[in-house]
Design a protein around this ligand. Structure first.
Ligand code: HEM
Length: 536
Protein backbone atom coordinates (compact mmCIF):
# COMPACT_ATOMS: atom_id res chain seq x y z
CA UNK A 1 0.00 0.00 0.00
CA UNK A 2 2.73 2.42 0.84
CA UNK A 3 4.11 4.65 -1.88
CA UNK A 4 7.81 5.18 -2.31
CA UNK A 5 10.25 7.78 -3.52
CA UNK A 6 9.76 11.46 -2.86
CA UNK A 7 6.97 11.16 -0.49
CA UNK A 8 4.12 13.50 -0.13
CA UNK A 9 4.27 15.90 -3.04
CA UNK A 10 5.09 19.48 -2.35
CA UNK A 11 4.19 19.28 1.31
CA UNK A 12 6.93 21.70 2.22
CA UNK A 13 7.00 23.73 -0.95
CA UNK A 14 7.81 26.90 0.97
CA UNK A 15 10.92 25.63 2.60
CA UNK A 16 12.00 22.60 0.67
CA UNK A 17 15.15 24.24 -0.70
CA UNK A 18 16.47 24.68 2.79
CA UNK A 19 15.10 21.38 4.07
CA UNK A 20 16.84 19.37 1.39
CA UNK A 21 20.20 21.20 1.28
CA UNK A 22 23.14 19.25 2.69
CA UNK A 23 26.01 20.81 4.66
CA UNK A 24 28.12 20.49 1.50
CA UNK A 25 25.69 22.76 -0.36
CA UNK A 26 26.05 25.57 2.16
CA UNK A 27 28.50 28.28 3.22
CA UNK A 28 28.99 29.41 6.81
CA UNK A 29 27.61 32.93 7.37
CA UNK A 30 26.03 35.16 10.02
CA UNK A 31 22.24 35.43 10.12
CA UNK A 32 22.34 38.38 7.70
CA UNK A 33 24.24 36.25 5.21
CA UNK A 34 27.80 37.59 5.64
CA UNK A 35 30.29 34.72 5.10
CA UNK A 36 32.64 34.05 8.02
CA UNK A 37 35.98 32.26 7.91
CA UNK A 38 35.41 30.26 11.13
CA UNK A 39 32.77 29.89 13.88
CA UNK A 40 35.30 30.01 16.75
CA UNK A 41 36.53 33.54 16.26
CA UNK A 42 35.97 36.44 18.65
CA UNK A 43 37.01 40.05 18.49
CA UNK A 44 39.09 40.81 21.53
CA UNK A 45 41.25 43.68 22.79
CA UNK A 46 44.79 42.33 22.80
CA UNK A 47 45.62 38.83 23.94
CA UNK A 48 43.80 38.74 27.28
CA UNK A 49 41.56 41.77 26.98
CA UNK A 50 37.75 42.11 27.01
CA UNK A 51 35.51 41.31 24.05
CA UNK A 52 34.16 43.93 21.69
CA UNK A 53 30.44 44.69 21.51
CA UNK A 54 30.85 45.33 17.79
CA UNK A 55 31.48 41.60 17.21
CA UNK A 56 28.12 40.88 15.53
CA UNK A 57 29.16 37.31 14.76
CA UNK A 58 29.41 36.42 18.46
CA UNK A 59 26.39 38.52 19.52
CA UNK A 60 24.38 36.90 16.71
CA UNK A 61 25.35 33.42 17.92
CA UNK A 62 24.69 34.00 21.63
CA UNK A 63 21.51 36.02 21.32
CA UNK A 64 19.90 33.47 19.01
CA UNK A 65 20.97 30.68 21.35
CA UNK A 66 19.29 32.57 24.22
CA UNK A 67 15.99 32.39 22.35
CA UNK A 68 16.09 28.78 21.13
CA UNK A 69 13.21 27.47 23.19
CA UNK A 70 9.56 28.20 22.61
CA UNK A 71 7.22 27.33 25.49
CA UNK A 72 6.55 23.61 25.57
CA UNK A 73 2.91 22.54 25.15
CA UNK A 74 1.09 22.98 28.47
CA UNK A 75 -0.13 19.40 28.01
CA UNK A 76 1.11 16.73 25.59
CA UNK A 77 4.62 18.24 25.73
CA UNK A 78 6.47 14.97 25.03
CA UNK A 79 5.81 13.56 21.61
CA UNK A 80 6.89 12.90 18.08
CA UNK A 81 5.52 11.82 14.75
CA UNK A 82 5.95 11.79 11.01
CA UNK A 83 4.40 12.74 7.67
CA UNK A 84 2.39 10.62 5.26
CA UNK A 85 -0.79 10.56 3.23
CA UNK A 86 -4.48 9.80 3.64
CA UNK A 87 -6.64 8.15 0.95
CA UNK A 88 -10.41 7.65 0.78
CA UNK A 89 -11.33 4.02 0.06
CA UNK A 90 -15.10 4.16 0.66
CA UNK A 91 -16.69 7.53 -0.14
CA UNK A 92 -18.95 9.09 2.45
CA UNK A 93 -20.71 11.48 0.07
CA UNK A 94 -24.20 10.25 1.03
CA UNK A 95 -23.80 11.77 4.50
CA UNK A 96 -20.89 14.21 4.24
CA UNK A 97 -20.05 16.90 1.71
CA UNK A 98 -16.37 17.14 2.71
CA UNK A 99 -14.34 17.12 -0.49
CA UNK A 100 -11.78 14.69 0.94
CA UNK A 101 -14.49 12.02 1.41
CA UNK A 102 -16.21 12.66 -1.93
CA UNK A 103 -14.68 9.93 -4.06
CA UNK A 104 -12.60 6.77 -3.91
CA UNK A 105 -8.91 7.52 -4.34
CA UNK A 106 -9.10 11.10 -3.06
CA UNK A 107 -5.77 11.73 -1.29
CA UNK A 108 -4.09 14.37 0.82
CA UNK A 109 -0.77 14.78 2.64
CA UNK A 110 -0.89 14.46 6.42
CA UNK A 111 1.26 15.13 9.46
CA UNK A 112 0.72 13.07 12.60
CA UNK A 113 1.95 13.76 16.13
CA UNK A 114 1.71 11.29 19.01
CA UNK A 115 2.27 12.27 22.63
CA UNK A 116 1.85 11.52 26.30
CA UNK A 117 -0.31 13.99 28.23
CA UNK A 118 1.00 14.97 31.63
CA UNK A 119 4.78 14.81 31.36
CA UNK A 120 7.28 17.47 30.44
CA UNK A 121 9.01 17.52 27.07
CA UNK A 122 11.84 15.26 28.26
CA UNK A 123 9.64 12.77 30.09
CA UNK A 124 9.32 9.03 29.49
CA UNK A 125 7.50 7.65 26.43
CA UNK A 126 6.31 4.64 28.44
CA UNK A 127 4.44 6.55 31.16
CA UNK A 128 1.06 5.22 32.26
CA UNK A 129 -0.90 8.03 30.64
CA UNK A 130 -3.31 8.43 27.73
CA UNK A 131 -1.62 9.03 24.37
CA UNK A 132 -2.39 11.95 22.09
CA UNK A 133 -2.95 11.12 18.42
CA UNK A 134 -3.22 14.24 16.23
CA UNK A 135 -3.62 14.24 12.46
CA UNK A 136 -3.40 17.24 10.15
CA UNK A 137 -5.21 16.42 6.89
CA UNK A 138 -4.22 18.98 4.24
CA UNK A 139 -7.38 18.69 2.15
CA UNK A 140 -8.22 20.59 -1.03
CA UNK A 141 -10.64 22.67 1.02
CA UNK A 142 -8.27 23.61 3.83
CA UNK A 143 -6.75 21.84 6.79
CA UNK A 144 -8.71 19.45 8.95
CA UNK A 145 -7.05 18.66 12.27
CA UNK A 146 -8.17 15.68 14.27
CA UNK A 147 -6.81 16.10 17.78
CA UNK A 148 -7.57 12.73 19.27
CA UNK A 149 -6.45 10.33 21.99
CA UNK A 150 -5.81 6.58 22.09
CA UNK A 151 -8.80 6.06 24.40
CA UNK A 152 -12.44 6.56 23.39
CA UNK A 153 -13.44 8.17 26.69
CA UNK A 154 -12.08 11.00 28.80
CA UNK A 155 -11.80 11.90 32.50
CA UNK A 156 -14.38 14.68 32.49
CA UNK A 157 -17.42 16.17 30.80
CA UNK A 158 -17.17 19.64 32.29
CA UNK A 159 -14.43 21.70 30.60
CA UNK A 160 -13.90 23.86 33.69
CA UNK A 161 -12.35 20.83 35.37
CA UNK A 162 -9.61 20.34 32.77
CA UNK A 163 -7.03 22.81 34.16
CA UNK A 164 -7.66 21.48 37.69
CA UNK A 165 -7.16 17.90 36.63
CA UNK A 166 -4.04 18.70 34.62
CA UNK A 167 -2.55 20.70 37.50
CA UNK A 168 -2.79 17.59 39.69
CA UNK A 169 -0.39 15.88 37.29
CA UNK A 170 2.08 18.73 37.20
CA UNK A 171 4.70 19.45 39.86
CA UNK A 172 3.58 20.38 43.37
CA UNK A 173 3.85 24.15 43.97
CA UNK A 174 6.01 23.75 47.09
CA UNK A 175 7.83 20.42 46.89
CA UNK A 176 8.21 20.57 43.10
CA UNK A 177 7.66 16.80 43.11
CA UNK A 178 5.91 15.13 40.20
CA UNK A 179 3.44 12.24 40.36
CA UNK A 180 6.31 9.77 40.17
CA UNK A 181 7.12 10.62 43.79
CA UNK A 182 3.80 11.91 45.09
CA UNK A 183 0.43 10.90 43.64
CA UNK A 184 -1.67 12.62 46.33
CA UNK A 185 -3.04 15.43 44.15
CA UNK A 186 -3.88 12.98 41.38
CA UNK A 187 -5.99 10.73 43.62
CA UNK A 188 -7.47 13.74 45.41
CA UNK A 189 -8.89 14.95 42.10
CA UNK A 190 -10.08 11.55 40.83
CA UNK A 191 -11.72 10.58 44.10
CA UNK A 192 -13.70 13.86 44.02
CA UNK A 193 -14.86 13.37 40.44
CA UNK A 194 -16.45 9.95 39.97
CA UNK A 195 -17.30 10.50 36.29
CA UNK A 196 -13.59 9.84 35.65
CA UNK A 197 -13.95 6.14 36.59
CA UNK A 198 -14.27 4.72 33.07
CA UNK A 199 -11.06 6.43 31.93
CA UNK A 200 -9.32 5.55 35.23
CA UNK A 201 -10.05 1.88 34.59
CA UNK A 202 -8.67 2.08 31.06
CA UNK A 203 -5.60 3.94 32.33
CA UNK A 204 -4.85 1.58 35.21
CA UNK A 205 -5.75 -1.55 33.23
CA UNK A 206 -3.79 -3.41 30.57
CA UNK A 207 -4.30 -0.67 27.99
CA UNK A 208 -2.61 1.98 30.16
CA UNK A 209 0.85 1.79 28.55
CA UNK A 210 0.73 1.33 24.76
CA UNK A 211 3.74 -0.32 23.13
CA UNK A 212 5.01 2.67 21.17
CA UNK A 213 2.76 4.59 18.79
CA UNK A 214 2.39 2.20 15.87
CA UNK A 215 0.33 -0.31 17.81
CA UNK A 216 -2.47 1.87 19.12
CA UNK A 217 -5.86 3.07 17.92
CA UNK A 218 -7.07 6.67 17.97
CA UNK A 219 -10.47 8.10 18.88
CA UNK A 220 -11.81 11.62 18.38
CA UNK A 221 -13.83 10.90 21.54
CA UNK A 222 -16.19 13.81 21.02
CA UNK A 223 -19.37 13.57 19.02
CA UNK A 224 -18.95 15.53 15.78
CA UNK A 225 -21.44 16.29 13.00
CA UNK A 226 -21.34 15.33 9.34
CA UNK A 227 -23.39 17.46 6.93
CA UNK A 228 -24.32 16.40 3.39
CA UNK A 229 -25.05 18.49 0.29
CA UNK A 230 -28.75 18.63 1.11
CA UNK A 231 -27.99 20.16 4.49
CA UNK A 232 -28.96 16.99 6.36
CA UNK A 233 -26.72 16.03 9.22
CA UNK A 234 -25.85 13.13 11.47
CA UNK A 235 -23.77 12.84 14.59
CA UNK A 236 -20.56 10.90 14.24
CA UNK A 237 -17.69 9.39 16.19
CA UNK A 238 -14.36 9.03 14.40
CA UNK A 239 -12.07 6.07 15.00
CA UNK A 240 -8.55 5.39 13.70
CA UNK A 241 -7.80 1.67 13.83
CA UNK A 242 -4.19 0.56 13.69
CA UNK A 243 -3.46 -1.82 10.81
CA UNK A 244 -0.66 -3.19 12.99
CA UNK A 245 -3.13 -4.20 15.74
CA UNK A 246 -2.61 -3.14 19.36
CA UNK A 247 0.18 -3.98 21.80
CA UNK A 248 0.72 -2.87 25.36
CA UNK A 249 3.52 -2.90 27.93
CA UNK A 250 3.06 -4.15 31.49
CA UNK A 251 3.98 -2.02 34.50
CA UNK A 252 6.93 -4.27 35.41
CA UNK A 253 8.26 -4.39 31.87
CA UNK A 254 7.99 -0.61 31.37
CA UNK A 255 11.21 -0.15 33.36
CA UNK A 256 13.11 -1.93 30.58
CA UNK A 257 12.34 0.69 27.93
CA UNK A 258 14.36 3.82 27.13
CA UNK A 259 12.73 7.24 27.64
CA UNK A 260 12.48 7.89 23.89
CA UNK A 261 11.39 4.35 22.99
CA UNK A 262 8.25 5.32 21.04
CA UNK A 263 10.06 7.98 19.01
CA UNK A 264 12.89 5.58 18.15
CA UNK A 265 10.48 2.77 17.27
CA UNK A 266 8.48 4.92 14.83
CA UNK A 267 11.50 6.61 13.27
CA UNK A 268 13.34 3.34 12.67
CA UNK A 269 10.26 1.56 11.29
CA UNK A 270 9.79 4.32 8.71
CA UNK A 271 13.50 4.28 7.80
CA UNK A 272 13.20 0.50 7.24
CA UNK A 273 10.27 1.12 4.88
CA UNK A 274 7.75 -0.41 7.28
CA UNK A 275 5.15 2.32 6.99
CA UNK A 276 2.55 2.10 9.76
CA UNK A 277 -1.06 2.57 8.70
CA UNK A 278 -4.48 3.18 10.20
CA UNK A 279 -8.07 2.76 8.94
CA UNK A 280 -10.33 5.76 9.32
CA UNK A 281 -13.82 4.72 10.39
CA UNK A 282 -16.99 6.45 11.55
CA UNK A 283 -20.01 5.61 13.67
CA UNK A 284 -23.07 7.69 12.84
CA UNK A 285 -26.31 8.50 14.64
CA UNK A 286 -29.34 10.64 13.79
CA UNK A 287 -30.68 13.28 16.17
CA UNK A 288 -33.70 11.07 16.87
CA UNK A 289 -31.47 8.13 17.71
CA UNK A 290 -29.49 10.38 20.05
CA UNK A 291 -32.65 11.37 21.91
CA UNK A 292 -33.66 7.73 22.06
CA UNK A 293 -30.25 6.72 23.45
CA UNK A 294 -30.69 9.31 26.19
CA UNK A 295 -34.25 8.22 26.96
CA UNK A 296 -33.48 4.51 27.08
CA UNK A 297 -29.88 4.19 28.23
CA UNK A 298 -29.08 7.62 29.65
CA UNK A 299 -26.11 7.91 27.32
CA UNK A 300 -25.69 11.53 26.35
CA UNK A 301 -23.87 12.01 23.05
CA UNK A 302 -22.37 15.24 24.39
CA UNK A 303 -20.71 13.43 27.26
CA UNK A 304 -17.33 11.96 26.35
CA UNK A 305 -17.10 9.87 29.50
CA UNK A 306 -19.41 7.47 27.60
CA UNK A 307 -18.98 5.52 24.35
CA UNK A 308 -21.56 4.77 21.67
CA UNK A 309 -22.53 1.07 21.72
CA UNK A 310 -20.94 -0.47 18.63
CA UNK A 311 -23.67 -3.13 18.30
CA UNK A 312 -26.21 -0.38 17.61
CA UNK A 313 -23.92 2.04 15.83
CA UNK A 314 -21.50 -0.03 13.73
CA UNK A 315 -18.24 1.24 12.31
CA UNK A 316 -18.13 2.25 8.65
CA UNK A 317 -14.75 2.46 6.93
CA UNK A 318 -13.99 5.66 5.03
CA UNK A 319 -10.30 5.57 4.24
CA UNK A 320 -6.81 4.82 5.44
CA UNK A 321 -3.58 6.62 6.12
CA UNK A 322 0.11 5.73 6.28
CA UNK A 323 3.18 7.38 7.71
CA UNK A 324 6.02 7.15 5.20
CA UNK A 325 8.27 10.16 5.78
CA UNK A 326 10.30 11.08 8.85
CA UNK A 327 10.86 14.68 9.84
CA UNK A 328 14.03 16.24 8.56
CA UNK A 329 13.90 18.83 11.29
CA UNK A 330 12.09 17.91 14.48
CA UNK A 331 11.66 21.45 15.78
CA UNK A 332 10.28 22.90 12.54
CA UNK A 333 8.02 19.95 11.78
CA UNK A 334 6.92 18.66 15.24
CA UNK A 335 7.54 21.30 17.90
CA UNK A 336 6.04 24.08 15.79
CA UNK A 337 3.19 22.06 14.33
CA UNK A 338 -0.16 23.25 15.69
CA UNK A 339 -3.22 20.97 15.76
CA UNK A 340 -6.54 22.62 16.39
CA UNK A 341 -9.94 20.89 16.75
CA UNK A 342 -11.63 23.98 15.28
CA UNK A 343 -9.88 23.40 11.94
CA UNK A 344 -12.70 21.70 10.02
CA UNK A 345 -13.45 21.79 6.29
CA UNK A 346 -17.05 22.17 5.03
CA UNK A 347 -19.03 19.01 5.82
CA UNK A 348 -17.44 18.34 9.23
CA UNK A 349 -18.75 20.31 12.19
CA UNK A 350 -18.52 20.36 15.97
CA UNK A 351 -21.38 19.12 18.15
CA UNK A 352 -22.58 20.93 21.25
CA UNK A 353 -20.33 18.83 23.51
CA UNK A 354 -19.19 21.47 26.04
CA UNK A 355 -15.68 20.01 26.31
CA UNK A 356 -15.28 20.11 22.53
CA UNK A 357 -16.71 23.63 22.43
CA UNK A 358 -14.10 24.76 24.96
CA UNK A 359 -11.32 23.08 23.05
CA UNK A 360 -12.32 24.98 19.91
CA UNK A 361 -11.25 28.11 21.77
CA UNK A 362 -8.31 26.77 23.76
CA UNK A 363 -6.06 25.40 21.01
CA UNK A 364 -5.73 28.40 18.67
CA UNK A 365 -5.43 30.53 21.81
CA UNK A 366 -2.44 28.55 23.03
CA UNK A 367 -0.97 28.51 19.49
CA UNK A 368 -0.92 32.29 19.34
CA UNK A 369 0.93 32.23 22.65
CA UNK A 370 3.20 29.23 22.04
CA UNK A 371 4.17 29.85 18.42
CA UNK A 372 2.97 33.39 17.66
CA UNK A 373 0.20 35.27 15.88
CA UNK A 374 1.26 34.07 12.44
CA UNK A 375 1.67 30.40 13.34
CA UNK A 376 -0.47 29.39 10.34
CA UNK A 377 2.21 30.73 8.01
CA UNK A 378 4.89 28.28 9.13
CA UNK A 379 5.52 25.65 6.44
CA UNK A 380 4.26 22.72 8.52
CA UNK A 381 1.02 24.50 9.38
CA UNK A 382 0.21 25.95 5.98
CA UNK A 383 -2.78 24.59 4.13
CA UNK A 384 -2.29 23.20 0.66
CA UNK A 385 -5.37 24.28 -1.25
CA UNK A 386 -5.42 24.24 -5.07
CA UNK A 387 -6.70 27.84 -4.93
CA UNK A 388 -4.71 30.78 -3.56
CA UNK A 389 -6.64 32.01 -0.57
CA UNK A 390 -6.83 35.52 0.76
CA UNK A 391 -8.33 37.21 3.79
CA UNK A 392 -7.96 40.33 5.89
CA UNK A 393 -5.34 39.16 8.35
CA UNK A 394 -2.12 41.13 7.98
CA UNK A 395 1.03 42.08 9.87
CA UNK A 396 1.98 40.95 13.36
CA UNK A 397 5.22 39.29 14.34
CA UNK A 398 6.91 37.24 11.57
CA UNK A 399 4.38 37.96 8.80
CA UNK A 400 6.13 36.20 5.92
CA UNK A 401 3.14 35.80 3.62
CA UNK A 402 1.51 39.16 4.03
CA UNK A 403 -0.71 38.97 0.95
CA UNK A 404 1.19 41.43 -1.24
CA UNK A 405 -0.42 44.69 -2.27
CA UNK A 406 -3.95 43.35 -2.20
CA UNK A 407 -6.44 45.56 -0.32
CA UNK A 408 -6.73 44.84 3.39
CA UNK A 409 -10.45 45.62 3.50
CA UNK A 410 -13.52 44.55 1.53
CA UNK A 411 -12.77 46.66 -1.52
CA UNK A 412 -14.97 47.51 -4.48
CA UNK A 413 -11.94 48.74 -6.43
CA UNK A 414 -10.17 45.39 -6.35
CA UNK A 415 -12.89 42.94 -5.27
CA UNK A 416 -12.03 39.58 -3.77
CA UNK A 417 -13.78 36.41 -5.04
CA UNK A 418 -16.18 34.30 -2.97
CA UNK A 419 -17.38 30.76 -3.31
CA UNK A 420 -21.13 30.19 -3.29
CA UNK A 421 -22.56 28.52 -0.23
CA UNK A 422 -23.11 24.83 -0.94
CA UNK A 423 -25.72 24.23 1.73
CA UNK A 424 -28.66 26.44 2.68
CA UNK A 425 -27.91 26.50 6.39
CA UNK A 426 -30.88 28.65 7.31
CA UNK A 427 -33.53 26.21 6.08
CA UNK A 428 -32.28 22.72 6.65
CA UNK A 429 -29.48 22.73 9.14
CA UNK A 430 -31.17 22.33 12.47
CA UNK A 431 -29.68 21.64 15.87
CA UNK A 432 -30.39 18.96 18.44
CA UNK A 433 -31.84 21.01 21.25
CA UNK A 434 -32.60 18.26 23.76
CA UNK A 435 -32.24 19.29 27.37
CA UNK A 436 -29.87 16.49 28.03
CA UNK A 437 -27.30 18.52 29.92
CA UNK A 438 -28.31 20.56 32.89
CA UNK A 439 -25.61 19.89 35.40
CA UNK A 440 -22.46 18.97 33.56
CA UNK A 441 -21.13 17.18 36.58
CA UNK A 442 -24.13 15.30 37.84
CA UNK A 443 -23.26 11.71 38.64
CA UNK A 444 -25.84 9.11 37.63
CA UNK A 445 -25.98 5.33 38.16
CA UNK A 446 -25.52 4.89 34.37
CA UNK A 447 -22.02 6.37 34.70
CA UNK A 448 -20.93 3.04 36.14
CA UNK A 449 -22.50 0.70 33.56
CA UNK A 450 -19.62 0.65 31.07
CA UNK A 451 -16.94 0.43 33.79
CA UNK A 452 -18.87 -2.49 35.35
CA UNK A 453 -19.02 -4.26 31.98
CA UNK A 454 -15.24 -3.83 31.71
CA UNK A 455 -14.67 -5.40 35.10
CA UNK A 456 -17.24 -8.18 34.88
CA UNK A 457 -17.37 -9.12 31.22
CA UNK A 458 -14.38 -7.76 29.28
CA UNK A 459 -11.46 -8.37 31.62
CA UNK A 460 -10.29 -11.84 32.57
CA UNK A 461 -8.93 -12.73 35.99
CA UNK A 462 -5.25 -11.85 35.30
CA UNK A 463 -6.31 -8.47 33.82
CA UNK A 464 -8.29 -7.70 36.99
CA UNK A 465 -5.29 -8.63 39.12
CA UNK A 466 -2.96 -6.39 37.10
CA UNK A 467 -5.42 -3.50 37.47
CA UNK A 468 -5.52 -3.94 41.24
CA UNK A 469 -1.75 -4.12 41.45
CA UNK A 470 -1.28 -1.03 39.22
CA UNK A 471 -3.75 0.95 41.30
CA UNK A 472 -2.23 -0.14 44.60
CA UNK A 473 1.28 0.66 43.35
CA UNK A 474 0.20 4.12 42.26
CA UNK A 475 -1.74 4.74 45.49
CA UNK A 476 1.31 3.87 47.57
CA UNK A 477 2.62 7.33 46.63
CA UNK A 478 -0.55 9.01 47.89
CA UNK A 479 0.00 10.46 51.36
CA UNK A 480 -3.62 11.13 52.40
CA UNK A 481 -5.78 8.09 53.22
CA UNK A 482 -9.07 9.97 52.75
CA UNK A 483 -8.49 10.09 48.98
CA UNK A 484 -7.98 6.37 48.75
CA UNK A 485 -11.12 5.73 50.81
CA UNK A 486 -13.13 7.92 48.44
CA UNK A 487 -11.68 6.31 45.33
CA UNK A 488 -12.51 2.88 46.73
CA UNK A 489 -16.10 4.12 47.23
CA UNK A 490 -16.18 4.94 43.51
CA UNK A 491 -14.73 1.50 42.71
CA UNK A 492 -17.52 0.00 44.85
CA UNK A 493 -20.16 1.62 42.60
CA UNK A 494 -18.54 -0.32 39.75
CA UNK A 495 -18.18 -3.60 41.59
CA UNK A 496 -18.00 -4.73 45.18
CA UNK A 497 -15.43 -7.32 44.16
CA UNK A 498 -13.18 -4.68 42.63
CA UNK A 499 -13.37 -2.41 45.70
CA UNK A 500 -12.70 -5.25 48.11
CA UNK A 501 -9.62 -6.36 46.18
CA UNK A 502 -8.19 -2.83 46.15
CA UNK A 503 -8.88 -2.61 49.90
CA UNK A 504 -6.90 -5.79 50.39
CA UNK A 505 -4.02 -4.64 48.22
CA UNK A 506 -3.73 -1.21 49.84
CA UNK A 507 -4.64 -2.27 53.38
CA UNK A 508 -7.11 0.64 53.50
CA UNK A 509 -10.85 0.21 54.13
CA UNK A 510 -12.77 2.41 51.70
CA UNK A 511 -16.23 3.96 52.01
CA UNK A 512 -19.25 1.80 51.23
CA UNK A 513 -20.38 3.74 48.16
CA UNK A 514 -20.71 7.31 47.02
CA UNK A 515 -24.30 8.08 47.97
CA UNK A 516 -23.35 9.52 51.35
CA UNK A 517 -20.34 11.42 50.05
CA UNK A 518 -19.97 15.04 49.10
CA UNK A 519 -17.67 15.87 46.22
CA UNK A 520 -16.22 19.29 45.68
CA UNK A 521 -16.43 18.89 41.92
CA UNK A 522 -19.70 17.12 41.44
CA UNK A 523 -23.45 17.31 41.76
CA UNK A 524 -23.88 13.93 43.28
CA UNK A 525 -27.21 12.89 41.81
CA UNK A 526 -26.85 9.63 43.67
CA UNK A 527 -26.72 11.33 47.04
CA UNK A 528 -29.67 11.80 49.38
CA UNK A 529 -30.94 15.36 49.20
CA UNK A 530 -29.61 16.31 52.66
CA UNK A 531 -26.11 15.33 51.54
CA UNK A 532 -26.22 17.94 48.81
CA UNK A 533 -26.38 20.86 51.22
CA UNK A 534 -23.18 22.86 51.03
CA UNK A 535 -21.19 22.76 54.23
CA UNK A 536 -20.62 26.11 55.96
C1 HEM B 1 -2.98 19.41 23.46
C2 HEM B 1 -6.30 21.91 25.96
C3 HEM B 1 -9.15 18.00 26.16
C4 HEM B 1 -6.23 15.83 22.95
C5 HEM B 1 -3.62 20.41 24.16
C6 HEM B 1 -3.08 21.73 24.37
C7 HEM B 1 -4.02 22.43 25.07
C8 HEM B 1 -5.14 21.56 25.30
C9 HEM B 1 -3.92 23.88 25.52
C10 HEM B 1 -1.73 22.21 23.89
C11 HEM B 1 -1.80 22.50 22.42
C12 HEM B 1 -0.53 23.07 21.86
O1 HEM B 1 0.27 23.66 22.59
O2 HEM B 1 -0.34 22.96 20.61
C13 HEM B 1 -7.35 21.07 26.22
C14 HEM B 1 -8.55 21.46 26.95
C15 HEM B 1 -9.34 20.35 27.03
C16 HEM B 1 -8.64 19.27 26.33
C17 HEM B 1 -8.81 22.84 27.51
C18 HEM B 1 -10.68 20.16 27.68
C19 HEM B 1 -11.42 21.15 28.16
C20 HEM B 1 -8.64 17.09 25.26
C21 HEM B 1 -9.33 15.91 24.81
C22 HEM B 1 -8.52 15.31 23.89
C23 HEM B 1 -7.31 16.11 23.78
C24 HEM B 1 -10.73 15.47 25.27
C25 HEM B 1 -8.73 14.06 23.08
C26 HEM B 1 -9.90 13.53 22.81
C27 HEM B 1 -5.10 16.61 22.84
C28 HEM B 1 -3.96 16.24 22.04
C29 HEM B 1 -3.02 17.27 22.19
C30 HEM B 1 -3.60 18.24 23.08
C31 HEM B 1 -3.81 15.00 21.17
C32 HEM B 1 -1.63 17.33 21.55
C33 HEM B 1 -1.68 18.06 20.23
C34 HEM B 1 -0.32 18.01 19.54
O3 HEM B 1 0.17 16.91 19.29
O4 HEM B 1 0.22 19.08 19.25
N1 HEM B 1 -4.86 20.32 24.74
N2 HEM B 1 -7.44 19.76 25.86
N3 HEM B 1 -7.42 17.19 24.62
N4 HEM B 1 -4.86 17.81 23.46
FE1 HEM B 1 -6.15 18.77 24.64
Amino acid sequence: HAPDGKKNGDLFRAYNDDRDATSQDTLYATSNGVPMPHPYEVQRVGENGPLLLQDFHLVDLLSHFDRERIPERVVHAKGGGAHGYYETTDPLDDICLADIFSEKGKKCPITVRFSTVGGESGSHDCARDPRGFSVKFRTDEGNWDMVANNTPVFFLRDPAKFPHFIHTQKRHPATHLSGADDSTMFWDYLSQNPESIHQVMVLMGDRGIPDGWRFMHGYAGHTMKLVNKKGEWVYCQIHMKSKQGTKFITQEDSANYSPDYAQKDLFEAIERGEYPGWDLKVQTMTAMEAEDLWEKEKINVFDLTHVWPQGKFPLRKVGEFFLNENCKNYFAEMEQVTFNPSHMPPGIEPSADPVLQSRLFSYPDTHRHRVGANYQQLPVNQSRTPYRFANFQRDGSMAFYNQGSRPNYLSSIEPIKFRQRTVDLGKTHGHFAGEAITFLSEIRPEDFNAPRALWERVWDEPARERFVSNVAGHMSKCTVEEMIKREIAIFREVSDDMATRVEKATGIKGYDGISGLRFNGTHNGMAKSEDLRVAN
